[in-house]
Ligand binder design. Structure first.
Ligand code: IPE
Ligand code: IPE
Ligand code: MG
Length: 233
């Protein structure tokens, strides 16, 4: 039997702070090491033939962290976007950011747009970075935009697919597999609508330790799952 490779793998990258604390380091050291895991998993997805890799990098709630940590994360994201261009190009990776861009600093926004534009034609893998994102924010912004259009066309019928077209993830398929590291078993306001039939995989491994072999183990587990979508098989 051919092994089922998920088209879209998503990761709630958690445990950077605990990884650092275990080593007597500052939390930010965990975020720095976590960037290496993103690179390792991106390259492994390319090798395995995964078409979409999405990563939850910063939630709307994460804005409530201490200012110094938020500032460090924003700087790290901007710096990483500049530094990773050649790796993304070499691997044929298209880079996209999903989230509430209105909250991002202009300098970070321009780094994002620059990388999105430069990698736009790559088609081996799409790397989607969820930044200043929350599932409830996404559903609400979709509902608001749809409501504005319905006001002008009240007779229009709206089905699930019509609604999904207003979500910030409209251009991508729903995740097949969602991995959360660090032992936490919750969705933390990530893709709420889109994970309706996603397979969940939880591991105690902290994100900075999560590398190629851990991803392969998650994909092996996914291949053993039986997705029924409410039907009888
Ligand atoms: C995940 O690691 C990274 C972000 C949420 C930005 P954490 O920073 O949440 O690490 P823990 O959960 O405190 O260990
Ligand atoms: C979820 O991790 C958000 C990201 C990984 C970006 P958190 O560490 O913020 O989640 P909680 O607070 O444990 O639910
Ligand atoms: Mg956490």
């Amino acid at each position: 039997m051919e092994k089922a490779i998920p088209a879209h793998v998503s990761v709630i990258m958690d445990g950077n702070g605990r990884w650092a604390r275990q080593r007597g380091l500052e939390r930010i050291q965990g975020h720095l090491e976590g960037v290496k895991s993103v690179r390792a998993c991106t390259e492994e997805c390319v090798r395995l033939g995964v078409k979409y890799l999405s990563v939850f990098a910063f939630s709307e709630e994460n804005w409530g962290r201490p200012a110094a940590e938020v500032e460090f994360l924003m700087k790290l994201l901007g710096k990483t976007m500049i530094e990773e261009l050649s790796t993304l190009m070499d691997n044929g990776v298209r880079f996209v950011v999903v989230g509430n861009r209105a909250r991002l600093a202009p300098s970070l926004l321009s780094a994002i747009e620059d990388l999105e534009n430069k990698t736009a034609k790559n088609d081996v893998l799409t790397l989607i970075v969820f930044l200043s994102y929350s599932g409830k924010w996404d559903i609400l912004q979709a509902a608001r935009r749809l409501a504005a259009e319905l006001a002008a066309d009240p007779g229009r019928s709206v089905g699930e697919q019509d609604f999904a077209a207003y979500l910030s993830t409209a251009a991508f398929p729903d995740p097949d597999l969602l991995i959360r590291t660090s032992g936490e078993q919750r969705i933390s306001n990530y893709m709420l609508w889109q994970t309706a039939y996603t397979e969940f995989y939880f591991t105690d491994v902290l994100w900075p330790d999560f590398r190629e072999e851990h991803l392969r183990t998650a994909l092996e587990e996914y291949a053993r799952r039986d997705r029924r979508y409410g039907k009888v098989k």
